[in-house]
Design a protein around this ligand. Sequence first.
Ligand code: ADP
Ligand code: MG
Length: 248
Amino acid sequence: MSRGETFLAAEVTPARIRFEDVSLTLEDRVVFDGLSVEMDVSRTGLVGRNGAGKSQFLRLVSGLVTPDSGTVTVNGFDPAKNRKRATREIGFVFQNPEHGLLFPTVIEELTFGLKAHGMGKREADARAREILQNFGVPGWDERLVHSLSQGQKHLLCLMVATAPEPGLLLLDEAFAGLDLPTETSLHRMLARLPVAQIAANHDLASLARNDRLVWLDAGAVRAEGAPDEILTAYRAEMEGRILSPDAL
Ligand SMILES: Nc1ncnc2c1ncn2[C@@H]1O[C@H](COP(=O)(O)OP(=O)(O)O)[C@@H](O)[C@H]1O
Ligand SMILES: [Mg+2]
């Protein structure tokens, strides 16, 4: 499959994200200053320069961060105030899989979150095995997490994040730094998941696979729309820019 080609994507139920006059300052740094944006997310990509606010935007959507003022809602609920609901309904995949993996074996990694959401041990175990089966790795249950390859660890993080069957999956540069076949394969698995997704990414080919892009620039939405249109505008502005060492 060539790069940039759209994968056959599963149908998803869109998630409604709403930011109303959201401000966030971190250590004297104003990240968002009255950001208001509303979007129905199926497969949305977040594009923007380093420091534009993509990660903090995702953290606000997940409820990991509370805004200083204003409100964030996901399908009508406030994810920072309803932590339990948020951890069940919103999955998060980080760039570094080591940050999300805590247990010695794959099965423990998968069942932990399920049990935390109230599943009994047996049910969680059965569900974990079903997930492994669905992802085509039924023999991974007793595999030691530290023995997995980097790409396999990323896949495990994806399985862990989607195990509680969230309605929204957030990915922050989730598959950055992997070799091309690994990255492409993971994106293909991602496309098959019937879950609404927002993915921050620097890779233009991966961004092009979304159905919509939001361009963040210095904590504001610079533009949003069809991937072709946004990427053309983004490239036109970024390419040929030579930054001074102070601006890197
Ligand atoms: N923990 C933090 N403390 C202080 N400033 C931060 C912190 N995290 C992010 N920032 C600042 O917030 C802004 C947005 O950062 P971030 O969301 O990480 O951008 P992106 O993911 O688009 O690269 C940047 O100016 C960054 O320096
Ligand atoms: Mg980031």
